[in-house]
Design a protein around this ligand. Sequence first.
Ligand SMILES: Nc1ncnc2c1ncn2[C@@H]1O[C@H](COP(=O)(O)OP(=O)(O)OP(=O)(O)O)[C@@H](O)[C@H]1O
Length: 271
Amino acid sequence: MEIFAATDAEIATRARLSHAGTPPGAQAVPAAPRRWKGEPIRLSGVTKSFGARPVLRRLDLDVPAGQFLAVVGRSGGGKTTLMRLICGLDSASSGDVLVGDTRVAGLMPQVRLLFQDARLAPWQRVLGNVGIARGPAWREEAYAALKDVGLADRGRDWPSVLSGGQKQRVALARALVSRPGVLLLDEPFGALDALTRSEMHRLTERIWTEHGFTVVLITHDVAEAVALADRVVVLRQGEIALDVEVDLPRPRAGTDGAATADLQRRILAAV
Ligand SMILES: Nc1ncnc2c1ncn2[C@@H]1O[C@H](COP(=O)(O)OP(=O)(O)OP(=O)(O)O)[C@@H](O)[C@H]1O
């Protein structure tokens, strides 16, 4: 049994409205509010050890609400460990992690994650994937989220017929459907080809600008970090080796000026 009951006609109508606005005589699809609340993140004196080995060492990090932060660093530097502490998948050995006013202790509903692989349920259509675990209002929200990622007309497709980039868009819509205060992106663009990756960059930047949630992006790609983030933190051996503002005008996709190159060099040197 499917978890949604929309008919093909209903989906087609909604998709048409999403793309073309409301034709004369048609009933308007209620628009979701375009902006929601970003949550600040605060780490104070956070250490995380596995056995006797510290992976994060007395980390202090304040991420203001609505900031787009990129975390870069070499493999094994503790980036994913940091993500897991922020979303409550793991707990710190010592120190405090706060999202908004809440001390993280267990999974945080206002924090959503996007991974390198889309992790869609193959037995659910696109709309079902986006709407999983939602309450009674999920269907409107799912349509709004699919529209946000440019897939309003793909709700009845199975994940298997989508391209890699489209699957990532569905995963992004699934993360957005609950209007998270914080979106954690763990190398979500790493497996995509260059063109699709730059499309995803533009999409992510647009959606973040529209909705105003806080983003933490983990990436190995310094150019990606500088293209997207307000601020870049370099994590090296569990410590912050560099913390730098990206004071470049948006949108930045495709910009390749001297200031961008300088900043990239500075970050690479710290990595
Ligand atoms: N559950 C665990 N048990 C033991 N060691 C772990 C565990 N999780 C991570 N580590 C270790 O912690 C260190 C940091 O891992 P982490 O995945 O945070 O690094 P990363 O910077 O995200 O690396 P990558 O860029 O390769 O994904 C690594 O040495 C890893 O082996």
